[in-house]
Design a protein. Structure first.
Length: 157
C-alpha cells in the first residue's frame, strides 16, 4: 500500500509540476518581450555604455499595458531630463549605482545606490549625476507613457 501511495504521489508531483511550470495563460501575455526577463544589471550596464559625447543613455527593457522598465545611465551633472511632470504615469526610480541628486518636493536632494524615489503623476522631478560621477538608474512607469504622445511636460523650457 505504501508503495502504491508513493507512486501516486510521485506521479501527481510530476504531472502537477509540469502543469505549473508550463505557461497556462498565453491569452494574457501582452508584453514586450513576451516572456520572463532576467537581467544581470552589472553586465547590462557594462554592455550598454553611454556613447562618447553623450550625457546619458536610456533603454526600455520591458513594456506591457500596465508598466514599462527603462535602464538609464547618466554621466553628466545636467539632469537626465530637466525638471518635468508626467500627465498620466507614476514613476519609480531606483538608484542602482553611483551618486547624484534628485529634484524632490522643490529641492535637489543627494541620492546614492539603494535610494528609491516614488513620484506620482503631476509632481515635478528630475535626476542628475554628481560632477565626475556616473549614475545607474532603474526607472519604472505605471502605466507606461502613451505611445505616439508625450505625457511629459517640461518645466524649465
Amino acid at each position: 500500500m505504501k508503495a502504491i501511495l508513493g507512486i501516486v504521489f510521485i506521479l501527481l508531483f510530476v504531472v502537477c509540476g509540469q502543469v505549473l511550470a508550463a505557461p497556462t495563460a498565453k491569452m494574457l501575455i501582452d508584453s514586450t518581450p513576451d516572456q520572463d526577463v532576467l537581467i544581470s544589471l552589472d553586465q547590462w550596464f557594462a554592455e550598454h555604455p553611454v556613447k562618447e559625447g553623450q550625457p546619458s543613455r536610456g533603454d526600455k527593457v520591458y513594456e506591457s499595458p500596465r508598466c514599462s522598465v527603462t535602464l538609464l545611465t547618466n554621466k553628466d551633472p545636467l539632469p537626465v531630463i530637466g525638471r518635468h511632470i508626467h500627465l498620466t504615469t507614476d514613476e519609480v526610480v531606483l538608484v542602482y549605482k553611483g551618486e547624484g541628486e534628485m529634484y524632490i518636493n522643490g529641492q535637489w536632494v543627494p541620492v546614492k545606490a539603494g535610494t528609491l524615489h516614488v513620484c506620482p503623476r503631476g509632481i515635478a522631478h528630475a535626476t542628475r549625476a554628481l560632477p565626475g560621477k556616473e549614475l545607474w538608474l532603474i526607472s519604472i512607469f505605471s502605466p507606461p507613457q502613451p505611445k505616439g504622445t508625450n505625457d511629459r511636460v517640461m518645466l524649465d523650457e
